[in-house]
Write a protein that binds this ligand. Structure first.
Ligand code: P6P
Length: 339
């Protein structure tokens, strides 16, 4: 029996979206395709990383006589490059760069969007072959088209995102992104070099069995967080515990698993780092947008992540994200109801 399996590539999918929204200019679709192109280039290098001895370590020359860059610098250059030379982005903010980069050329100044990204999150895991990822966030500019982008374009609350996504470079390479129309996942088919739709209309299960947190920080958490984390480990009327603890130490891998299978990921504030470790603009906001579009929730422990008004590009926030019912359980502890 012939298998009628229509393989839709990322390009075909984004163009199809345009057919459904004739009034769209195509700039956002073009930006998403640009991100996919950069991700394919990063995929190639990340998958060679285990062969560093052949390529030479970062800072040395490879067989082509090119300087071998640290992979996160390489990844950053790929994403900056495709966006700078595209038609859809007026500027970027990156975890790798101290300040925003305004492209300020005639075409870019006419572009409607700006983009923030962490080009290679978890890169310290590369040399032990743990999945890593790219995380990105897209905003419509608030500054005047035709002129250079401004800082205000980048310091918008997460609820103003028009799209957000991530790539995970793991057992397979995937690109998952959300727009106001929902969340879709694409897996890189290396036989044709294209991202193909593999996870249409992703929904986060209302509850799950996984809780993800770095237990090494437990005694630094505030009391309510300690009580919730303890509640995750036992049969307790206030949680659906005992849950299974899964924490890879690579945010994209941990959040991706919990998005698909259900669960909660936490990076709480600690005594040493009251605002936690994770960055609001290019780590927490994108994932909060994606998980909320999939039916989950994301807070800083007290307020919705997407409602936080940013004040600077690299600011950090405590971060709790995942299945709705598990997030509601946590909220019960944070408000004192689940005493
Ligand atoms: P810790 C990776 O360095 C990262 O930014 C996230 O990907 C990950 O979730 C977190 O840090 C892990 O931090 O302190 O638990 O090692």
């Amino acid at each position: 029996m012939a298998i009628n399996r229509i393989i839709q590539t990322l390009d075909e999918f984004t163009i199809q979206q345009l057919r459904d929204f004739p009034q769209a200019t195509g700039e956002l679709s073009s930006l998403l395709r640009d991100m996919g192109l950069a991700a394919k280039r990063v995929h190639v290098e990340v998958n060679k990383a285990g062969l560093v001895d052949i390529l030479g370590d970062a800072g040395t020359m490879n067989v082509q006589g090119e300087e071998v860059k640290k992979l996160d610098v390489f990844a950053n250059n790929q994403f900056v490059g495709v966006l700078r030379h595209g038609i859809s982005c007026a500027g970027i903010g990156s975890e790798e760069l101290d300040d925003i980069v305004v492209f300020d050329d005639e075409i870019s100044n006419q572009s409607k969007y700006v983009c923030l990204f962490d080009p290679l999150d978890g890169s310290s895991n590369i040399d032990v072959n743990v999945s890593i990822g790219t995380i990105f966030s897209v905003y419509r500019r608030v500054s005047e088209l035709g002129k250079p982008a401004t800082a205000a374009d980048f310091l918008q609350p997460g609820n103003m995102q028009v799209a957000a996504g991530y790539m995970i470079y793991g057992s397979s390479t995937m690109m998952v992104y959300a727009t106001r129309r929902g969340v879709n996942g694409f897996t890189l088919d290396q036989s044709i070099g294209e991202f193909t739709l593999s996870h249409p209309d992703i929904k986060c299960p209302e509850t799950g069995k996984f809780y993800s947190v770095n237990h090494g920080n437990f005694f630094q958490f505030e009391q309510a967080v300690k009580e919730y984390v303890t509640g995750c480990q036992k049969k307790d009327k206030t949680t659906g515990g005992p849950y299974t603890q899964r924490y890879i130490g690579s945010m994209v891998a941990d959040v991706h698993r919990n998005l698909i299978k259900g669960g909660i990921f936490m990076y709480p504030g600690t005594v040493d780092k009251p605002n936690g470790k994770l960055r609001l603009l290019y780590e927490c906001n994108p994932f909060a947008f994606i998980v909320e579009k999939a039916g989950g929730k994301a807070t800083d422990g007290r307020q919705r992540i997407l409602d936080i008004q940013p004040t600077e590009v690299h600011q950090r926030t405590p971060f709790f994200i995942g299945s709705k019912l598990m997030m509601d359980e946590l909220e019960g502890f944070m408000t004192g109801e689940n005493k």
